[in-house]
Design a protein around this ligand. Structure first.
Ligand code: GLC
Length: 512
């Protein structure tokens, strides 16, 4: 059963700019904390040289470490110390695009004859306008920017500071593979491949249909992206033992996910899908459906990856549960249990184990996230009310995930038996030895309930039932038939109900 390490792993996502104030040395100093939490691998958001206009997802040099975070020798020290503690290191790398400050791009812009010209996607304008009608949902702007020196346009599906690479160019692909090998040879254990399902773009043939607002659907999941990922796997990862290939794949349905993750297809080991990130998460029925429909993809020889929090969203307590401070602790524990009882590789976002929550900004100048600024500009153009825009942004801005981790809170929580941190440790530990949670099939129960997210995990004759109340309401619940209560986030017991944000886990052994 336990064929690959990552299937049962807990991965801890670190955004190094605010994990500590000391970059990679800060991560090294926290390795004991990470180990103590029960983590198997850390995923480092991009650490390469970058102007940091999109938080490092704009790489100016793939072979060097951002001075913000330290030096190559700090990185080598991290790899060494992490591996001694049995913690694997996964690098986040954006190969769909570079920074506009990358020397390849600077050179490509300077002349049509540049050796790097074909590393990017330049096109002539049409009828004194852009080469095609693409608008990106991420920037809400055209995907093209004019380059004066060569009198044409370059493609960027993210900001204009992030020109897209041309994956149809075999030379570029070779360059990408060389980069990946370089880091594998430094000792990394895997990659999180940024927006890997968008690398192939059907520029010549497709324009946005009149019924659609954005072009994303045209460049997500193109057949050629699958082709390139397969090639990458063969050229790079298949030459090494056990490198985890985890791809970020937003905008996919389950069949498309299985295409990326199916073992026989030789593409990704894990794919990070965004169904639950893209819906109104306060609609519990929708939330349940969006999470549970991926659970049993192991029937198709794929494997789910589970994350609730990430560097790309607000904090998970606010997103899935409540803005009411009074419930933060109990809600944080409830979400922890809800997540960790699901089948799949678990990705925990830094700070969620400390119940970090969103902060409210009052003015647009307080936002740092480039995407928040783009959304603000688009909404102002649409004539929306300023206060409403700020309130929308407070819910979604990526700044919330990117604030400094309150380490004083961690110290307090380390010493408190009932803290959110202790709850995380307990659940992580428990999960590691609970085969039903690791491998059992997942069955939805109480599908139609608008407050309770409930499911069962079943393996042979063991059944584990999880009931999570994602509301402030008290819900009547007769649990007498689910076996023994083994975990809950409330101290005292109340057998016939679920209190606000209460979670209860029951185990029935030896009976189907
Ligand atoms: C991914 C990253 C996000 C970044 C974008 C462009 O979605 O997760 O943070 O802005 O790619 O690289």
């Amino acid at each position: 059963m336990n064929d690959k390490w990552y299937k049962t792993a807990i991965i801890y996502e670190i955004y190094p700019a605010s994990f500590t104030e000391e970059g990679l040395q800060g991560v090294i100093h926290k390795l004991d904390y990470i180990k103590d939490l029960g983590v198997d691998a850390i995923w480092l958001c991009p650490i390469f040289a970058s102007p940091f206009l999109d938080s490092g997802y704009d790489t100016s040099d793939y072979y060097s470490i951002n001075d913000k975070f330290g030096t190559m020798s700090d990185f080598e020290e991290l790899i060494d110390k992490a591996s001694k503690k049995g913690i694997r290191v996964i690098l986040d790398i954006a190969l769909n695009h570079t920074s506009s400050k990358n020397h390849w791009f600077v050179d490509a812009c300077s002349s049509k004859k540049s050796d790097y010209r074909d590393y990017y996607i330049f096109r002539e304008g049409k009828n004194k306008g852009f080469p095609n009608n693409w608008i990106s949902s991420k920037t809400m702007k055209p995907t093209w920017t004019y380059n004066e020196s060569t009198d044409d346009y370059y493609l960027h599906i993210y900001t204009k500071y992030q020109p897209d690479l041309n994956w149809r160019n075999p030379k570029l692909r070779e360059e990408a593979y060389k980069i990946l090998k370089f880091w594998i040879n430094k000792g990394v254990d895997g990659f999180r491949l940024d927006v890997i399902n968008k690398i192939a773009k059907p520029i010549e043939t497709t324009e946005i249909e009149s019924t659609k607002k954005f072009a994303d659907y045209l460049y997500e999941n193109h057949a050629d992206s699958h082709k390139f990922i397969k090639e990458m796997r063969k050229q790079v990862f298949d030459n090494y033992d056990d490198i985890l290939v985890m791809g970020q794949t937003s905008g996919i349905n389950t069949n498309q996910g299985i295409e990326y993750g199916k073992k026989e297809n030789g593409e990704l080991d894990l794919f990070l899908q965004f169904d639950h990130m893209d819906i109104d998460t306060r609609d519990i029925i929708k939330l349940k459906h969006s999470v549970l429909k991926w659970q049993n993809i192991d029937k198709e020889s794929a494997w789910p990856a589970i994350f609730f929090g990430s560097h790309d969203s607000g904090r998970m307590i606010n997103k899935y549960a409540t803005n009411n401070k009074k419930y933060f602790e109990v809600a944080a524990k409830m979400l922890c249990a809800l997540q960790l009882c699901l089948k799949g590789t678990q990705v925990i976002y830094m700070g969620d184990e400390l119940a970090v929550s969103n902060v409210e900004n009052k003015h647009i100048d307080e936002f740092i996230d480039i995407r928040s600024k783009d959304i603000y500009a688009a909404r102002i153009k649409e004539g929306k009310d300023e206060n409403r825009i700020i309130s929308e942004l407070n819910g979604i801005t990526r700044d919330n995930a990117r604030r400094q981790i309150p380490w004083d809170k961690a110290v307090e929580m380390q010493n408190a038996k009932d803290s959110v941190l202790s709850f995380y440790k307990h659940l992580i530990n428990w999960r590691k030895n609970e085969k039903t949670i690791l491998y059992g099939i997942t069955k939805s129960i109480m599908d139609g309930d608008e407050n309770v997210f409930a499911y069962q995990r079943v393996l042979d004759s063991d059944i584990i039932s999880v009931f999570a109340n994602i509301s402030e309401n008290e819900i009547k619940l007769d649990c007498s038939t689910y076996g023994k209560k083994i975990i809950s986030n409330y101290k005292d017991s109340a057998d016939d109900k679920l209190r606000p944000y209460e979670v209860k886990i029951f185990k029935e052994a030896g009976k189907e």
